[in-house]
Design a protein around this ligand. Structure first.
Ligand code: ZN
Length: 64
């Protein structure tokens, strides 16, 4: 199975999302789950912060 292209990092309470990462981020946190491109994009649109290290918002094409 290939590694996920995107990761969503969850908070301690499991229901909150704390960051969106690219699948190859070197610092994706400890509670990340694999995500599709659509899930990653939706999360950012719903104000989940994009990781400042791997910049998934740039790779998703949300910042032109
Ligand atoms: Zn990241």
């Amino acid at each position: 199975m290939p590694p996920p292209e995107w990761l969503i990092e969850r908070g301690l309470d499991r229901s909150s999302l704390v960051a969106v990462h690219t699948g190859d981020c070197w610092d994706p946190g400890k509670r990340q789950m694999p995500a599709t491109r659509e899930q990653a994009r939706d999360a950012i649109r719903q104000q989940v912060p994009a990781c400042s290290k791997c910049r998934p918002d740039t790779r998703l094409g949300l910042l032109e």
